[in-house]
Design a protein around this ligand. Structure first.
Ligand code: ADP
Length: 524
């Protein structure tokens, strides 16, 4: 694929369709029809109707239907893998391990958990202050959820929202990235099996359509993508007083301590840095290794990285696919150049493969915070290693980032690692592993600072899809104490009640005063 062709592989919206070339082979992909803003409005209106029927099903009924999709979804595995192989250049192995198997769990998990977590709660109220009243707390769906997602994990990221949103009784309008339009359409097909049309609708387009969604009478926006777009969405949502959830970037660190199992740490960190060609908000983007065994660690990382197989030449079994877009490749080259100018040394890789979107896995040393590669997000296969004097330096370097998504600590002393985990300012800390918790539906995926304010996975993600709905039933016959008239008797009663409850001296005379004033209470 030539440079000119690579540029062409960016989707171009032409004649009402998303066009593009496969980043792996450079061959044209099937065009995908775009959704116009007018169509979007109609789709939202139809989704609202479908949601009305869906929310009125009991949560157990909805959960049963979602559970039935587990196998429907898995049977489509070969189709999903083939699309992602073409559209994002992922290997089949990576599509199954990182996307298909992990996402299938969502159907099982949420169908089991939602009926418990969404149960309504009958509340006991104080019979003296609130006689004959009963409260019930229900968790109602928000309505129609707008979901805007990126291209790097085009199956698992959307499903982490779609499945809990549905089981909670919402409808979803889903806009995949324009770089993931084909897999986006395939996802929606799964939900046709729910028997309710328009409950999950995929709309196709670029950022302009995304911007239109935020102004389309939706009830909540869930966004995963860049910090820059996240800020725009937050501002637009604020204008409409629309609630939103943002999952943004990361600059994950891996901290390697003196007592780490080095062989496992090397394998895990090389995988964590280069999986999905580093196009992962939770890839290892900085390593802090303590000086004791730094040289051995670095040597082993380089040796392991030399064995990584790029998916060039029509291979179907490989470790690393291509960059999906040229802009991340150019950004990676820019960051590497900056690092080299400031004294970094490339130990392996550092360049694209011929004139393609494939990039060699790159290992760097002699790096520090002043370099973009250590401070800005890198969406590519780059592993910079910094040697630190001790663990305290590793922690302070880790925390000196505007991101805080996930961090890993590699040590065989679990107690020490657990203590250090408390000092780390990121939403997730893994000990002796990295980033894979995105595949656990029970583990909250959440970052600090510029990594965003949202949560996917775990019960917190489900609670983001609902709002409290309180129902109070009053079977009292007499008027309430606090209703009109607000006369002297009423004032005496409430003041005496407060004195009685305060436990101050004279409680009995306060109680007497309440009783004496009662007959005069409702006299007008
Ligand atoms: P990435 O760099 O991963 O493409 P973006 O933040 O640019 O990240 O895009 C993520 C998603 O947000 C995509 O679906 C994209 O079409 C959409 N998007 C881009 N700009 C906007 C916008 N202004 N409003 C809403 N959605 C947008």
């Amino acid at each position: 694929m030539s440079s000119a062709q690579i540029k062409e592989s960016n989707p171009i919206i032409q004649n009402g369709a998303i066009q593009g070339l496969s980043p792996r082979t450079g061959t044209p992909m099937q065009p995908v029809t775009t959704t116009s803003p007018q169509d979007l409005n109609e789709i939202v209106a139809r989704a609202r109707q479908a949601q009305h029927t869906w929310k009125n099903l009991h949560v157990r009924e909805r959960a049963k239907k979602i559970k039935a999709l587990y196998q429907v979804f898995l049977k489509k595995g070969p189709e999903f893998a083939a699309i992602m192989h073409e559209e994002q250049g992922k290997s089949f192995a990576e599509s199954y391990s990182g996307e298909i198997l992990a996402s299938a769990e969502l159907f099982k998990y949420w169908s089991a958990q939602a009926p418990k977590l969404l149960q309504s709660e009958q509340q006991k109220l104080d019979p003296i202050q609130f006689p004959r009243k009963q409260g019930r707390l229900e968790l109602s769906p928000k309505g129609v959820i707008g979901l805007i997602t990126p291209w790097n994990y085009p199956l698992s990221i959307p499903l982490r929202t779609i499945v809990p949103a549905l089981v909670a009784g919402n409808a979803v309008i889903f806009k995949p990235s324009e770089y993931a339009a084909r897999i986006g359409s395939a996802i929606t097909d799964v939900f046709g099996e729910l028997g309710l049309e328009h409950l999950v609708s995929t709309v196709q387009g670029d950022g302009q359509l995304g911007a239109h969604m935020v102004n389309s009478n939706l009830d909540h926006i869930v966004f995963t993508g860049s910090v820059q777009t996240g800020k725009i969405i937050a501002q637009e949502c604020a204008k409409n007083l629309l609630s939103y959830s943002l999952e943004l970037g990361g600059k994950d660190a891996a901290i390697v301590l003196a007592d780490a199992n080095l062989d496992r740490a090397v394998e895990g960190i090389v995988w964590g840095a280069f999986a999905n060609a580093g196009q992962n908000c939770a890839s290892v983007e900085r390593v802090y290794v303590v000086k004791e065994h730094a040289e051995t660690f670095i040597t082993k990382v380089v040796e392991r990285s030399q064995k990584i197989v790029l998916g060039t030449d029509d291979k179907s079994i490989y470790d690393i696919g291509p960059f999906v877009r040229e802009q991340e490749l150019l950004q990676t080259e820019y960051q590497l150049k900056d690092a080299l100018n400031k004294g970094a040394k490339i130990l392996h890789g550092g360049k694209r493969h011929q004139d393609t979107l494939f990039f060699e896995p790159t290992v760097l040393r002699n790096v520090d915070q002043s370099m973009l590669v250590m401070s800005e997000e890198t969406f590519g296969p780059v592993l910079p290693i910094q040697i630190v004097s001790n663990v305290n330096e590793a922690i302070s370097e880790t925390n000196a980032s505007r991101y805080g998504l996930t961090t890993s600590i590699w040590s065989q002393n679990i107690q020490t690692a657990e203590n250090l985990a408390k000092e780390i300012e990121s939403g997730i800390v893994t000990i002796n592993n990295h980033s894979f918790t995105a595949a656990l539906p029970q583990a909250p995926w959440h970052g600090k600072r510029h990594s965003g304010s949202g949560v996917t996975n775990s019960r917190f993600a489900l609670y983001d899809m609902v709002e409290p709905h309180y129902i109070l039933v009053d079977k009292a016959k007499a008027p309430e104490l606090w209703w009109f008239p607000h006369n002297t008797a009423m004032q005496n009663i409430v003041e005496s009640l407060a004195a009685f409850f305060s436990g101050a001296a004279g409680r009995m005379s306060a109680l007497l005063k309440v009783i004496q004033n009662f007959p005069k209470r409702w006299k007008i």
